[in-house]
Design a protein around this ligand. Structure first.
Ligand SMILES: *Cc1c(COP(=O)(O)O)cnc(C)c1O
Length: 369
């Protein structure tokens, strides 16, 4: 039976052409024309002045925190519902992640809850634009300004999403993106930090390259990392970036079709788009209420029997024993409920309308039984 995947990248001739060109040029490591081109074009797409490519989205986040001087004894405010990398990078800085609940409508960090978590140790906030929907950035930036905190946007799932007409990633001090295979655009593995601050950009360039002084080879004045992207990855990125607006439109159209087909089902809640937001619906994720008749694990299995792949949402950080042991504890009713009831439906840009009709029809048939 034909299987509908949850996410697959859309690759075409241009990616192959660019990679071939990079191979033929022999510039396959982390220098080459595609790297500078990708950094320039992606940062300008985000309306920022600097783009610093990295080996993946996690190293982009770590690089941002290190550049802003996050260290032992500091606290960083993070949402309780996110991919673990957001939390792990704080721990890699020997700082303490401080969990915060999310907003029930758009699933991003709740500004009201942030206020409660601030003390003299707090140094930064990491809003995560979860599943492609932007966080409510105005109140977050206001809180940050008032308490002198950095804002690092985790935009790994939200390339091209907009908050009040502004692209995410360019609103806080540094914005971090991932180009993993299932993200809005991909380079296989890859990441990027964007910023309008030249000083941060310079420091990130040095830190990601072993901490080596740019004008004095093999001279180090700072302990760095190798977080570089290769020219091969950037070659794919340049080709993907040409299609980003087309991809986003396709994802938004998919979302609209899903919503119209599922709206008459009382036990399913489809994702919202706030009046101030343009979501890119990275993964189209719905909530399954109790009265539906089965939980999300069962629904996943029954859909898989029909050749339809789905994915659970992230687990709330606070329920994982690992994170409990390092002080990530507490009660977060909104993120716990959304994680329990949520399931991501197939969301690739390669998805056909007839696939979406088939998926929605199958879900509704399961609901009736
Ligand atoms: C994918 C993702 C990351 C990590 O990106 P990688 O490229 O896989 O390292 C970080 N944060 C969020 C929210 C993500 O979805």
């Amino acid at each position: 039976m034909l299987r509908i995947p949850v996410a697959e990248p859309s690759l075409s001739k241009k990616e192959l052409q660019n990679v071939t060109e990079a191979v033929k040029s022999t510039w396959i490591s982390s220098k080459g024309k595609f790297i500078t081109e990708f950094e320039k074009k992606f940062s300008s797409y985000c309306n920022t002045t600097h783009g610093i490519s990295t080996s993946n989205g996690t190293t982009a986040l770590h690089l941002a925190l290190k550049t802003l001087g996050i260290k032992e004894g500091d606290e960083v405010i993070v949402p309780n519902l996110t991919f673990a990398a957001t939390i792990n990078v704080v721990i890699h800085c020997n700082a303490q992640p401080v969990l915060t609940d999310i907003h029930s409508d758009y699933w991003g960090i709740d500004p009201e809850d942030i206020k409660e978590k601030i003390n003299e140790k707090t140094k930064a906030i990491i809003p995560v634009h979860l599943y492609g929907h932007p966080c409510d950035m105005d109140p977050i930036m206001e809180i940050a300004k008032k308490h002198n905190l950095y804002v690092i946007e985790d935009a790994a799932e939200a390339h091209g999403a907009e908050y009040k007409g502004k692209k995410v990633g360019g609103i806080g001090d540094i914005g971090c993106f991932s180009f993993f295979g299932n993200k809005v655009i991909t380079t296989g593995e890859g990441g990027m930090c964007v910023t309008n601050n030249q000083e941060y950009a310079k420091k990130m360039d040095i830190l990601k390259n072993h901490g080596m002084k740019p004008d004095k080879q093999y001279w180090h004045e700072i302990i760095g990392y190798n977080y570089r992207m290769t020219n091969l990855q950037a070659a794919i990125g340049v080709a993907q970036l040409e299609k980003i607006d087309e991809f986003i439109e396709k994802k938004r159209n998919n979302a609209q079709l899903y919503a119209s087909l599922l709206k008459d089902s009382k036990n399913i809640i489809t994702p919202m788009e706030m009046p101030w937001a343009k979501s890119v619906f990275w993964m189209y994720s719905i909530l399954i209420q109790k009265q539906f008749g089965m939980n999300t694990t069962e629904l996943h299995e029954r859909l898989l029997d029909q050749g339809i792949d789905t994915r659970p949402l992230f687990y709330p950080v606070n329920i994982m024993p690992l994170y409990k042991t390092i002080g990530c504890d507490g009660s977060f009713p909104v993120s716990e409920k959304i994680s329990r009831e949520g399931i991501s439906l197939p969301s690739s840009v390669t998805l056909k309308s007839k696939d979406i009709y088939h998926i929605c029809k199958t879900i509704k048939e399961l609901e009736k039984q």
